[in-house]
Design a protein around this ligand. Sequence first.
Ligand code: ATP
Ligand code: MG
Length: 173
Amino acid sequence: MSERKLPATQAAHELDFISHSPAQTERIGQRLGEQFQAGDLILLIGDFGVGKTHLVKGVARGLESQDLVTSPSFVIVNEYRAGRSRRAMPIYHADLYRIAETGEITTIGLDELWDGDGVCLIEWPERAGALLPSEHLAIHMQHLSETKRRLRLAPHGSRYVALVDRFKDMTFG
Ligand SMILES: Nc1ncnc2c1ncn2[C@@H]1O[C@H](COP(=O)(O)OP(=O)(O)OP(=O)(O)O)[C@@H](O)[C@H]1O
Ligand SMILES: [Mg+2]
């Protein structure tokens, strides 16, 4: 999926950096959330406890949501509402860890979430395999130490290339 070879031009738009704390990961999520719009699909890729849910907390804040972000492990999908300035659009937060086979994805209607009316964030997207749209923002997260995480933003498709470029300018420019 996200590890497949990218066209060189697209790989050049990847962004790689280190978060030094949970709070910093949330702030990164917040910056990204400010940019997200309805129909966006974000895949969060990385091991247990790497900080995927923390990043989603930041995204929800960036979208001015008042809702409490929790791990959707048992219910598969949580739904929050963005703030009024973001037209209260839905934020779908899925965790596919418990999905046993990709057929379940369509059974529970998950594939409708990313065609949608809101922003869709997916933890453990590997479980959805080839069902995932090819256009998305992949966020790869890796443990470096107790409090340090490596983050790699990999845009797939022009919408996400533009988004990562803007994020880069805002954050490091
Ligand atoms: N730089 C960091 N960024 C994010 N989380 C961090 C960082 N440093 C330490 N942590 C800790 O790592 C844990 C991340 O938990 P979180 O639930 O966000 O992980 P997750 O990737 O969603 O795990 P799971 O796959 O089990 O859902 C938290 O306890 C958090 O405090
Ligand atoms: Mg999680």
